[in-house]
Design a binder for this molecule. Sequence first.
Ligand code: ATP
Ligand code: MG
Length: 521
Amino acid sequence: MLSGDAACVVEMRDVTKRFPGVLANDRITFRVHAGEVHALLGENGAGKSTLMNILAGLYRPDAGEILVKGRRVQLGSPRHAIAAGIGMVHQHFRLVQTFTVAQNITLGMPQPRFVLNMRAIEDEIARLSSTYGLRVDPRAKIWQLSVGEQQRVEIVKMLYRGANILILDEPTAVLTPQEARDLFATLNRMKQAGRSIIFITHKLDEVMEVADRVTVLRDGRAITTLDRKDATPKLLANLMVGREIGGTMPGKKEACSECVLRISGVSALGDRGTLALRGVSLEVAAGEVLGIAGVAGNGQRELAEVITGLRRVQEGCIMLRGADITNRTPLEVIRCGVGHIPEDRLGTGMVPNLSVVDNVILKSYRSRPVAKGPFIHARAARERAADLVQRFQVKAAGLDRPIRLLSGGNSQKLLLAREISANPSLLVAVHPTRGLDIGATEAIHRMLIEQRNRGVAILLISEDLEELAALADRVAVLFAGRVMGVLRRDEWDIERIGLMMAGSATADTTGCSADKGDRVS
Ligand SMILES: Nc1ncnc2c1ncn2[C@@H]1O[C@H](COP(=O)(O)OP(=O)(O)OP(=O)(O)O)[C@@H](O)[C@H]1O
Ligand SMILES: [Mg+2]
């Protein structure tokens, strides 16, 4: 396509961006048309966020140029980008929790000399909301909103500021299936109104469902741009990974009946001081994956935290292989053999400013072979890190570099590698593949099944029903801090799970079916 093409609203030409040790974008040319949804697809670390951060004015390219509607622009800051009609919704929202929706939407905008007319602003927000099907209440405070609602606020904020080209960085990673469908409907309305949407994703089915065209990035290069009608999931997967994928998953062994984790009647408070878990009872057997389904914010995080010693149990008890671990410290819980892949990888799981080596030994520096008396055996630590990086295919420019410089997917792989290699008897995995590309997701699913087959009990918290279907032996659905029901594999039914996720109970609410010989592998 020629750059003089009238349909082309944004053109990035030969854009290059280097970080120390990494060529994140290598002479990328990328063109977006008016009124299209353009998917940007690529594995973790392919350079998608970097390219879009350049377009949103957050990073300066080292070389190359950007044209908006045929005119060369310098995007020195997000403000310049917005002035050119480009707005980005990041995966981590940038909203002020204690402000209202309307205040957030107008925050930092050039102020008129007279007092802001809130009424007019609210009217405009309401108009945008109804035009695009983005339900938001302008007067609600951000902290009162669900993640999906906050995302709508971010989108309305960009529309309010005049974005005609909207960039969404992995928008569905935080949404329920229903919310994702609503978002796609919104995107369709926006494109009918002539706006362009750049949609970063790892999910092939989303590309097939919502995109008009797709550009595939691999290792910092733009591999190709295709019309959706010429694409198939298999073709996209191969372009993205650069090799044939879709190897077979290891078969599942029969779970045994030894109960590893037994949670009985556990209640706990959430961060706002209200009950986040209400009498939860669940069991996980050795060699079993118990999936926890539910819309985010229904007690999943708190459940993982009470088990791993990060949150106090108010009532009830938690037993690990017959030992009471209720309200033990996180260190004691780790020593009892509990591995944890937390939701917030860079907060609780890893230390962003520490190196790859230091993060790998973070939990094991007190024990051999890494500990040498009171000292750390530097070579053993390095070897361990190098081994994990190699075995789990973590892309890292160097073992001594801070892990905040790793792409999201690669830091996640490293975290998993560390937890799995500690040989836990129970692994608590919270959204283990959120934000990961198919190659990495496949690798992690394989690792989890292998662990399961080795007899590890796995509590898998996920919002991705396909992931639960692929991995879980049984699925418990949490709603408002309660177990709404537990389904075995043979009772698996997406409709029913969807209903339970929305709060309608089924007969079985005990959450316990281990020991009864009724499990199916
Ligand atoms: N601020 C930074 N400093 C140094 N290196 C960086 C920085 N941001 C990204 N990188 C590196 O650039 C490469 C591309 O990263 P980028 O975040 O663009 O990938 P991505 O395609 O968005 O991946 P993911 O799907 O994991 O989000 C990675 O190797 C990453 O480690
Ligand atoms: Mg990214």
